[in-house]
Each structure stands twice: as C-alpha cells, then as structure tokens.
Design a protein around this ligand. Structure first.
Ligand code: FRU
Length: 484
C-alpha cells in the first residue's frame, strides 16, 4: 500500500483513525481540559470485526490525538458501544482519592452458531484521564433475559433525583434504568412501541434536556439510531423524539417522525457528557458513514471518520420544536474568509465560477430566490469530479447529487439523490463544510443537516453558482479557506 493511497481522502477537519476500521463514537466525555472520543475499533483490519474501544483526545474537538486502545475484548465478549461519565461524588467507590472516569459499555458475546449472541452491560474505570482502564470485577452489571438486542448504554446523572439514568436500546424500543452507583440497576420504563420509525433495529440512544432558543423553556430530546434494513433503500439513519422525562418515563409530545440528518452519512451519534456548566453546550458527534456501504468505501488502510462536532439546540416554530445543529465554534479557528460572493446572478450570466484550490473550505450563502425557479451550487472537486446542490423553488426541494463526485461504484445505493423538503424557498441560508471526502450542509441556520461522503481526487478546485429562469441575490455570502 502506498502512502498516497493511505492519505487519499484523509480528512483535515474530521477525526479518522490512523489505521484500520472505526464505527460509532463512544464514551464522549470532557474531563480536565480534554475532550475524549472513544470509538468502535477493529485494530487489525479495515472492515468491521472484534470490537475494541479506540481512543483520541482533543482540546478543540477538531484536531485529535489518537492514543492507545482503551478497552480490549475479554471473556464476556467484544466491547460494543457505550458512554462515559465523570463520577464526581465517588458513587461507585472506584475513586476514593479523586474523581475519575467510568465507561459503561455493552459486552457482546458470540454464542456459537446455534444460539444467539448475549449482550450485557459492563463497567470499566480510569484513574489517569482515560489512559489506562480497569474492568470492574463484578461485570456484567446489567443483564436482560428476554432481549437479544440489548446494547449501547448512555448514562447521565439525573440531578433532580440524585441518581444515574441509563438509556439502552432493546430491539425495537429504548429502555430506561436507574441506579445510585452504576452497579445496581433498576428497570424504570420502556419507550417506542407504536411510535417512530421501526424499519431497522434501534441502536445508540441518547437522552438529554435542551433549552428552546430565545426562551426559558426546556424539552428532553431522545435520539435513536435505526439500523440498516436491506428491504429499504435508505440504509441506516437517525431519528429523534422531543418530549418530557421525569426520571423514570419519557413521553413524546407528538407522533411526528423527525430525522436528525437528511444525508446518508450520519449514524450512531451521541452527545458529550460533563461539559462544564459555564460552557453549557450540548455537543453531538456522529459516525459519518452508513452500514449499507461502510465496509466498502474506497479508502485504503483506514476506514470511516466522524462528523464535525455539532452544537445542538431547539427552535420552536408554532407549537413544534425542531432540533438545530451548528458546527462547534472551535471550527472558526481553522478557517478565514477569503472570497466574497455578493450581488445578483441571473440565468443568462451562465455559471459564475470562483477558483478555490484548497484542501478544505466552508461556504456560507444567504440566498434570496427573487424570481428564479432553481438555484445550483456546483462543487468542482476536479475537472471531472463534481457534486451539485440544487434548490428547486417550485417543488420546494433541496437535492444533493453526488453521482459524479468521484468513486461511487462500490455501492448501488451511493449515487442516489439526497433530499430535503423545505417549507419555504424565498430565503435560504446554506452553510457547507467541504473536506477531502465529505460534505456537511447546514440549511437555514441549522434547521436541517445533510451529511454526505464523497470520494473525489481532491476536495475543491472551484465552485460555481447558477440560477435558472430568473434572478438570485446573495448577501453576506463567502467562501472561507484554511487559516494560514
Ligand atoms: C451501531 C452498532 C451498535 C453496536 C456497534 C457494534 O452502529 O451496531 O448498536 O454497539 O455498532 O460495533
């Protein structure tokens, strides 16, 4: 394998392991000035296999330092997804001297060809900021005799009742447990029968309170990933519910289906634990891939990357709250405004093209459709490779077409259009981060996200804007390029 092949497609702004296979983000936790990212990792191959927890740390969530493997498989099985928390009050008894981190994860034990695997929940703790780990001697701490799918525990401290809450995926539902010490768990309730999308197995839940923008209201958000089902076209996807949680039961406030991302490549995402109160942000990272083709994407020597860390909030329109996503502000340290895009374009102008030639960029466009039927943003990765984003003001649809973006033939499904239905196309804001092998699009100040992998020979030679059948006006619009 040549270095060139190893480097090709490697992201600049996103975490990817140096070598080998990665899937879900695990154990996202902030402790003593460091953000920790653990992840599902196969250290010996670049396809999924016996799962370990890989580990990386960062001061800004954009540039990561990969550390040694944190958790290895053992007699209880592989180390599947889970979370990490700081045990500030030594509820576990693991930290008589000073607080440390506890990982709560799923042990997955293969059980021969005749019997299904066994999934149980276990603990490990660290006294040295996640550098070394001890598995709890009483593992597993939680078993379930009836559910085969019983995995991906996300744990948080529920202050109102001084207890830990675990949300864990149980097949087609999410179950809630509580504990005073992370060791003894009590079943509280189950959510998900007759609500939400059930096209695939439910995985990787997360539950947290969030403020509604510009108000004193708060809601609880339950994130649920829905696994790949080959009967459907879409592959793996993530949905969310908004509602209330009383320490025992989650109640959704409506029955609507909510997608966290309209692109194909954001799965198994969860949020950080223990972000300091003074900071107050709820920050999410997803796995930027799709189980439909994750094992086939054309990188060599390494596979998979994470989304940008995203700050979450809620925005209310009418009576309905929507989950809002923005790349974290730390991204700004890596970009500077370089090219302004202002004024009016119209169809007879043809394509208006800006030369870029950079390894990664951000594009912000504030668009007024005036009388145009369609607006297009064309990303020319190279002379041959391009991705197109079209906004159709008649159909009220935004569509991302990656069919000519580079290598696409590793999966039949990869070239399919990715679409968002918009309520209104008179004024649209697009914010896009383009890295070596990904596009993250945030529409209308984070109201919709669309995350999409691409495999062009390089990120960006030029970008063009174009309007059909009328005029489009840009204000405060620009391209940012790497900060020198
Ligand atoms: C989600 C998932 C989890 C599981 C892990 C195994 O992508 O299937 O449910 O814990 O991956 O690697």
């Amino acid at each position: 394998m040549t270095t060139n092949n190893l480097k090709k497609y490697r992201p600049h702004l996103h975490f990817a392991p140096k070598r080998n296979w990665m899937n879900d983000p695990n154990g996202l936790v902030y402790f003593k000035g460091e953000y920790h990212l653990f992840f599902q990792y196969h250290p010996n191959d670049s396809v999924w296999g016996p799962m370990h927890w890989g580990h990386a740390v960062s001061k800004n969530m954009i540039k990561w330092e990969e550390l040694d493997i944190a958790l290895y498989p053992d007699e209880f099985g592989m180390i599947f997804s889970g979370s990490a928390i700081v045990d500030w009050n030594n509820t576990t008894g693991f930290f008589p001297d000073e607080p440390g981190v506890v990982a709560i994860f799923t042990h997955h034990l293969e059980n021969g060809e005749e019997l299904p695997p066994v999934q149980t929940q276990s603990l490990a703790f660290s006294h040295d900021q996640g550098r070394t780990w001890t598995k709890y001697e009483g593992n597993p701490v939680l078993i379930n005799d009836t559910k085969i799918d019983f995995r991906d525990p996300k744990v948080f401290w529920y202050e109102e009742a001084d207890k830990w809450i675990m949300v864990v995926a149980t097949g087609q539902t999410i179950s809630f447990y509580s504990s005073p010490n992370l060791i003894d768990w009590q079943f509280e309730s189950e959510f998900g029968n007759n609500i939400g999308v059930h096209d695939g197995v439910w995985e990787c839940p997360d539950l947290f309170p969030l403020k509604v923008e510009n108000s004193n209201e708060q809601r609880w958000v339950l994130i649920v990933s829905v696994g790949d089902n080959t009967q459907y076209d879409i592959g793996s996807q993530t949905q969310y519910f908004i509602g209330s949680f009383n320490g025992s039961t989650f109640i959704a406030e409506n029955e609507s289906i909510n997608w966290l991302d309209f692109g194909k490549d954001n799965y198994a995402g969860v949020s950080f634990s223990d972000i300091p109160k003074e900071d107050g942000r709820r920050i999410y990272i997803g796995w930027m891939s799709n189980w439909r083709y994750a094992n086939q994407v054309p990188t060599e020597g390494w596979r998979s990357q994470m989304t940008l860390p995203r700050q979450l909030s809620l925005r209310k329109s009418g009576d309905v709250c929507k989950l809002i996503q923005h790349p974290v502000k730390e991204l700004e340290y890596f970009l500077s405004k370089e090219i302004e895009i202002n004024g009016i374009i119209e169809n007879e102008d043809g394509l208006k093209t800006y030369q870029v030639n950079k390894p990664y960029i951000e594009v912000v466009l504030n668009i007024e459709m005036l009388d145009a039927n369609q607006f297009s943003l064309i990303l020319h990765h190279t002379k041959e490779h391009m991705t197109t984003i079209d906004i159709d003001s008649i159909e009220k649809i935004l569509k991302l077409d990656r069919s000519k973006s580079g290598i696409v033939d590793f999966s039949d499904n990869f070239s399919h259009d990715q679409m968002v239905a918009l309520e209104n196309t008179d004024e649209i804001q697009l914010r896009m981060v383009l890295d070596s092998s990904s596009i993250e699009l945030f529409i209308n100040r984070g109201e919709y996200a669309l995350t999409s992998l691409i495999y062009p020979d390089q990120a960006c030679e030029a970008i063009s804007v174009y309007s059909s059948n009328g005029k489009v006006r840009f204000t405060n619009s620009y391209i940012s390029t790497p900060l020198k």
